[in-house]
Write a protein that binds this ligand. Structure first.
Ligand code: AMP
Ligand code: MG
Length: 331
């Protein structure tokens, strides 16, 4: 499995190699992990001074923590919780950042024909994967009317719900956004080569001392296995899988990616991976493509510039967008 040739230009390899040989004493990779946004967040960066590395990584984690405090529905005092509690009653004034993320979410809903929909939570919040709890048919049928991104009205820095049952959750886009923001913080800190990952969402700044990063995609049915590896530089990658948060109920896998059309776990894919320029985009699209399934999902990706996808369907078969070529094709 190789990425399309024109994705990497190794013409720059020789000067970079010379540069790395000439790196100042003490220059090295620095890695730190923290638990944030309900997942393991990792920052890995190349630095020339150890104190700068720790300071820059600290700023990146602080930025992710800040975003969590605004965007998490698990935190009663977050801005998103305030919106959920009040926007059905009257328009709620929102921060510029929330306005941006809600607008982007609605844009992805339009783009994906509603496969991506932050109002999924109108039913989605009735699932508890840790407790193995799912809503009964009546609850789903009742909540389904509230799942529709068109119920979310944005105007003049406010948000309002057009339906009383609407609940929002940014779980399908906020981690990617946070990873992008953390990468921007690292860049402002003078870091040129880094990877920031939060669960299934990663953003890569630069490359790995003149080489690509090799990013493994988990095998969806073998927790220790890697389905394939992708070489990446200067880009983002997200994977959505039905193995991340799930329980088995009467032989059926109940997991955290909800088909907005049914209010139930999406069934067409085992996993969906998207590569692109930024992690907010790849995060939202990996969730979307997972819901759409291989045929519709990859057809959508083919219409988008600079974005590629690999879907593992519900039989375990891999499907690639045309930006990737399989080894069988001589790639
Ligand atoms: P990811 O792991 O990036 O695919 O995101 C999964 C998360 O996105 C879930 O845990 C939910 O918080 C949220 N989510 C689930 N279904 C949808 C959907 N259809 N549209 C948008 N967000 C979703
Ligand atoms: Mg995603």
């Amino acid at each position: 499995m190789h990425a399309r040739r024109n994705r990497f230009r190794f013409t720059s390899l020789i000067p970079l190699l010379a540069l790395s040989l000439a790196a100042p004493a003490g220059a090295e990779w620095y890695q730190q992990q923290r638990d944030l946004m309900g997942t393991r967040v990792s920052v890995e960066l190349w630095h020339e001074a150890a104190d700068a590395a720790a300071r820059c990584a600290g700023l990146a984690f602080a930025e992710i923590g800040r975003i969590e405090s605004v965007m998490s529905t698990y935190l009663g005092a977050s801005e998103i919780s305030f919106i959920n509690n009040n926007a059905a009653v009257a328009p709620v004034e929102i921060s510029a950042e929330m306005d941006y993320l809600l607008r982007e979410s609605l844009r992805f809903s339009e783009l994906t024909g509603g496969a991506f929909d932050i109002t999924y939570a109108s039913v989605g919040h009735a699932y508890d994967y840790r407790a193995g709890k799912k809503p009964d048919d009546r609850t789903i049928a009742h909540g389904l009317a509230a799942i529709d991104y068109r119920h979310v009205e944005l105007a003049d820095g406010t948000v309002r719900f057009r339906h009383g049952g609407v609940r929002l959750d940014l779980g399908g886009i906020a981690k990617g956004y946070a990873v992008d923001r953390a990468a921007a913080v690292l860049q402002d800190c003078g870091i040129a080569e880094a990877m920031v990952s939060a669960g299934g969402d990663s953003r890569i700044l630069g490359d790995r001392r003149g080489r690509a990063w090799m990013i493994g995609i988990r095998h969806p049915r073998d927790p220790a296995g890697i389905a394939l590896r992708l070489p990446l530089a200067n880009s983002a990658i997200s994977t959505s899988g039905d193995y991340e948060r799930f329980f088995i109920d009467a032989g059926e896998r109940v997991h955290h990616i909800i088909n907005p059309a049914t209010g139930r776990s999406a069934t067409r894919s085992w996993s969906a991976t998207v590569t692109g320029p930024d992690a907010m985009t790849t995060d939202a699209l990996s969730t979307s493509i997972f819901v759409l399934g291989a045929a519709d999902g990859i057809a959508l990706i083919e219409r988008l510039d600079g974005i590629d996808a690999i879907v593992i369907d519900n039989h375990g078969k891999l499907h690639y967008s045309s930006g990737f070529e399989s080894p069988a094709n001589g790639g």
